[in-house]
Write a protein that binds this ligand. Structure first.
Ligand SMILES: N[C@@H](CCC[C@H](N)C(=O)O)C(=O)O
Length: 316
């Protein structure tokens, strides 16, 4: 393949869509500008994000500790997820793209995975910590690690909703703001279709206090037992059809052992197990946590991943 072309794999996980490329020594990370052009819905192929499938030996060196972590789980760390949003900005990782990552490794026969407790598994290094993916029938289940919920409530203004809302900040490990709304407000919210920095302030979601690193926002309505209906605004992208780390944040906020997070593109199963408090003498359930402490849980996300097309893209 000449360096003037690149093979891009269009993938999606419940319609959160991505362009994947395999990193080789000859193919470093494309520029922010190129990624934004490829992800553009009209002038490019169209995607919510870009993933450079990076062999571990080409990964940034600061994540070396994840090698030992994987080894302790009986796995060899062979891959790193280098993730960029549709506007080219860097994010910690992407939950829906993690499932797609395992799917492309398998379907392109780049890595058939390892056996872990009788299942096929892959270890994946990310800027947001180690992820372990297992194949479950046609789906993929991801040990997403720890999600942390902070006590401080954040006031939120959402275009299309008159009332001032209140949100809960979670680190999953990407930053998320879970905002409970009514069924009517969920429909009325006007979420931008592009990264909101490109829009006037009146069309932006704003928070008090301001969150300078930006934030992904989930508007949530619990519907029936275990089921939560969600719309998502993704930092660096705009409204998306689904968000994996967002679903993990919502599941942690909801505090049920298992929840079904229903987004416009599909539903993810989120399993949550609260971690023991960092405060000596406290129990492990959330209810026993003192006010003012943050709450952490280990989270597993399960859902599908699909390969849509393989595209030979010219590079200028
Ligand atoms: N779609 C992703 C999250 C992608 C990154 C996010 N936009 C951010 O900037 O944090 C997911 O499925 O988790």
């Amino acid at each position: 393949m000449s360096t003037n072309t690149i093979i891009l794999y269009k993938m999606h996980g419940i319609q959160n869509d991505f362009l994947f490329a395999l990193r080789t020594p000859e193919l470093p990370m494309p520029t922010e500008d190129e990624i934004a052009r490829w992800c553009h819905r009209r002038a490019g192929i169209g995607a919510d994000g870009f993933v450079l499938v990076t062999p571990w030996e080409l990964a940034p060196t600061e994540y070396q500790a994840q090698v030992q972590e994987a080894a302790a789980r009986g796995l060899k760390l062979r891959w790193f997820m280098d993730y960029r949003n549709a506007d080219g900005s860097t994010a910690e990782m992407c939950g829906n793209a993690v499932r797609c990552f395992a799917h492309i490794l398998r379907t392109q026969q780049w890595d058939q995975g390892e056996s872990l407790d009788g299942e096929v598994a892959w270890a994946l290094g990310t800027r947001g910590g180690l992820k372990v993916i297992t194949q479950v029938g046609d789906d993929y289940s991801v040990d997403m690690g720890v999600v942390t919920r902070f006590e401080q409530e954040i006031s939120v203004r959402v275009p299309g909703i008159e009332a001032e809302l209140s949100g809960v900040y979670l680190v999953a490990p990407n930053p998320h703001l879970v905002v409970p709304v009514s069924a009517e407000q969920l429909v009325n919210a006007q979420l931008a279709s592009v990264s909101q920095e490109q829009l006037p302030l009146s069309q932006q979601i704003t928070t008090e206090p301001n969150l300078p690193a930006g934030v992904n926002v989930e508007l949530v309505v619990p519907t029936q037992d275990k089921q939560i209906k969600v719309r998502v605004y993704e930092r660096g992208v705009g409204e998306t059809q689904a968000c994996g780390t967002g679903a993990c944040a919502v599941g942690t906020w909801y505090q049920l052992e298992e929840s079904l997070v229903e987004m416009p593109g599909g539903t993810l199963r989120i399993q949550v197990s609260p971690l023991a408090t960092a405060v000596a003498g406290q129990g492990s359930s959330w209810e026993q946590r003192p006010a003012g402490q943050y709450r952490s849980a280990k989270v597993t996300m399960t859902g599908p991943a699909e390969l849509v097309a393989e595209i030979k893209m010219p590079r200028s």
